[in-house]
Design a protein around this ligand. Sequence first.
Ligand code: DON
Length: 309
Amino acid sequence: MQCRSSNDLIQFVTEAKSVIKNGKVADYIPALGRAKRDDFSIAIHYPDGNCISAGDIEKQFTLQSISKVISLALVLIDRGPDFVFERVGMEPTGDPFNSIAKLETMAPAKPLNPMINAGALVVTHMLKGNSVEERFSRLLTFIQELSNDPSVSYSTEVAYSEFETADLNRALCYFLKQHQIINEDVEQLLKLYTKQCAIEMNCLDLARIGMIFAMDGRDPLNGKQIIPIDIARICKTFMVTCGMYNSSGEFAIKVGIPAKSGVSGGIMGSVPGKFGIGIFGPALDEKGNSIAGIRLLELLSKNYNLSMF
Ligand code: DON
């Protein structure tokens, strides 16, 4: 699909870029450390198929935590909300995304929400299929349908790099297994989770997925309800309450749209009923969100009155 470059967007991108100098590329996953700090792009996808952009929107990046909201949608479709929320909660934590602290103080040791790593690992554990390959392939097919891009795949390099270094996530898994929240082999679950996080696409694909959530799970271009309305609503609510980790409150006040970030520097936004947003800017703030991406969303929200509150 063609995306038209927009002068207004280019202006906002130029302004937001000024904060990149205060950000840092994530390097706790070694392969992510090779990202170019100054990269910055955005695509906005409208329900009528129109798209506007600024920056190099062909650039591929991995979804990382953005994948958490999509795997949640698929698991909710697969298993239904009652099953899922017996195993993962609905409350924001106010803690960093990889924190183990609250797990220890909760009884049962069920993660507080599906957007922190502990909760996302439980969600990935619930993905249906007879093998890691089959479960991953179902998730990938779902993402290809949402993005309408059958070429979406994953970075073997980033997946392997995270798998090799994911000792904190391993610790979370072993804790969850000890408390019978999960019951599969930890290495198998990590293999699936790191492949999920390494699913790779560009801003345009991401904006299209954001648009499907914005349109209550329905693809307006072919009329198909890809995600049931109630499940799309649950996902968007988590995006508001936990999508930007322990910045979610400030983000809700300053931007006011459902959004999900990842440590690769991606942000997916869904402006309800209006459009989807895909941003890529790998320089991160101290909470792990794209620093210029957040600035850009603040500018867009203010100038176009996008807050839903
Ligand atoms: O589990 C991890 O650490 C990464 N694969 C994903 C973390 C992430 O993207 C957090 N986002 N801001």
